[in-house]
Design a binder for this molecule. Structure first.
Ligand SMILES: *Cc1c(COP(=O)(O)O)cnc(C)c1O
Length: 429
């Protein structure tokens, strides 16, 4: 039943009117606007059902975007030494800075940005326990009235967290009423076109999850110019930047002139360095990024986020930040490159198999995901691969309306598992 609130009454679908309840705790109605199930919960349900009935051979999971290879040795050592520091009176530390330790913020500013020609300072880097939370929490910086534009298909968190925040309106059958969807289709090479109308907050994810698509500098410049012209803010999720193989592909939104006035960038160690279970990420908010209040007075988002974090966050565990900093040592860089190389070679195997079977696809080149254009109902294809090949993929429809007709195959697996999965796919495709 869908319920809409109008003033002091609520109109129930079907026309009946009820007096609004008061004087007791009520749930947040926005949470009720969420669609039935989180994509990966539905996948697990179907997988469990098939496993319970018994499968002829063990399933191979190329579905959820979780890494499989262990932490790099340099990271493990730094992690352990961070724990040792906490275990001795002389080196013990309690609460750390809300924004993160300087040793990590400085390494990020230098190695991720300054050495590549982007002007980001350590002060502009906020260490966090994940880009999932950052991408959801950053909304607190913006007025409730902000309109949003979201790529379609995309990582489901941007949309669902906006539903919970009350910025989307209701589900209308093929999308949320108040969301501007930015379709990524074979026609536009899976890089979305600029919105027709006006959007205040624009989510971009490159290299993209799920399509693996990357933009050109020219295309990114178009987004920055749109944001400048419309007083919009870009929330740029670059969780997969480490997978970019080619110097011509943009790694940061800040490679575009003027981006410092309009864009926030998020990065995560989850996929780069095997940190999905360790939890460490960072967000960059440039000092030049300001937004007006209703009276037109401009405010620094950097200052407001600092205040927000100080109130709601007590920082990332010290040993975890030590572990993350080890990524920027020479040994760490070598090990992370080897991890990325492992997954990229898996992606190449997946692409070769699809090519040989004549299945159109994108991604896998600068991202650990291959996006296959299989046509038809993507949940039906999911079920077919699950039951006939005992391979778990992710149905494209779960990432947005334009994901229909596609499946995502993840390269996050051991080589042996990917090789075996490809033998099976060749049999059924
Ligand atoms: C995996 C992923 C993240 C990482 O989230 P963490 O909370 O840092 O693990 C962020 N964005 C996208 C698009 C992802 O696929």
């Amino acid at each position: 039943m869908s319920v809409r609130l109008h003033g002091g009454k609520c109109a129930v679908a079907g026309g009946a009117e009820l007096r609004m309840l008061g004087g007791m705790a009520l749930v947040n109605e926005n949470l009720l606007k969420l669609r039935a199930s989180y994509l990966f919960a539905e996948i697990s349900r179907r997988v469990r059902e098939v496993e319970a009935a018994g499968t002829p051979r063990p399933l191979i999971k190329l579905g959820i975007g979780d890494v499989t290879e262990p932490l790099p040795e340099s990271v493990r050592k730094a992690f352990a030494s961070g724990v040792d520091e906490l275990a001795h009176t002389e080196t013990f530390r309690g609460y750390g800075p809300y924004e993160g330790y300087d040793f990590l913020r400085e390494a990020i500013a230098r190695y991720e940005y300054q050495d590549r020609g982007s002007q980001v300072t350590a002060e502009e880097v906020f260490i966090s326990d994940g880009s999932k939370c950052d991408s959801a929490n950053l909304q607190e910086l913006f007025a409730q009235s902000c309109t949003i534009a979201i790529p379609d298909p995309v990582y489901p968190v941007y949309l669902d967290s906006n539903v919970m925040a009350g910025r989307t309106g209701f589900w209308s059958g093929d999308g949320y009423e108040e969301v501007t969807y930015l379709p990524m289709t074979p026609q536009n090479g899976y890089v979305p076109a600029l919105p027709q109308g006006k959007a205040d907050l624009i989510y971009l994810c490159f290299p993209n999850n799920p399509t693996g698509a990357v933009p050109t500098h020219e295309q990114l410049r178009g987004w920055v110019e749109y944001a400048q012209a419309n007083g919009a803010v870009i929330l740029y999720d670059a969780a997969y930047v480490a997978f970019i193989q080619d110097e011509s592909v943009p790694r940061s939104i800040y490679e575009v002139p003027g981006a410092r006035e309009v864009a926030i960038e998020m990065r995560s160690y989850s996929k780069t360095a095997g940190f999905t279970g360790v939890r460490c990420a960072f967000t960059v908010i440039p000092k030049e990024l300001t937004l007006p209040d209703v009276e037109g007075k401009r405010h620094s988002l950097h200052a407001l986020w600092t205040r927000r974090q100080a109130t709601k966050f007590n920082g990332v565990s010290f040993p975890v930040q030590r572990a993350a900093a080890a990524i920027y040592t020479a040994e760490g860089q070598r090990e992370v490159a080897a991890l990325v190389q492992h997954y990229s070679a898996n992606a190449a195997l997946i692409r070769d198999t699809l090519s040989a079977a004549g299945v159109a696809h994108v991604g896998g080149e600068h991202a650990p995901y291959v996006w296959a254009c299989v046509g038809g109902d993507s949940w039906a294809m999911f079920d077919r691969l699950l039951r006939q090949a005992q391979v778990v993929c992710t149905p494209g429809a779960g990432f947005g309306p334009s994901g229909e007709g596609h499946i995502r195959l993840s390269a996050f697996q051991s080589r042996a598992q990917v090789e075996e999965a490809m033998i099976r796919l060749r049999e059924v495709l």
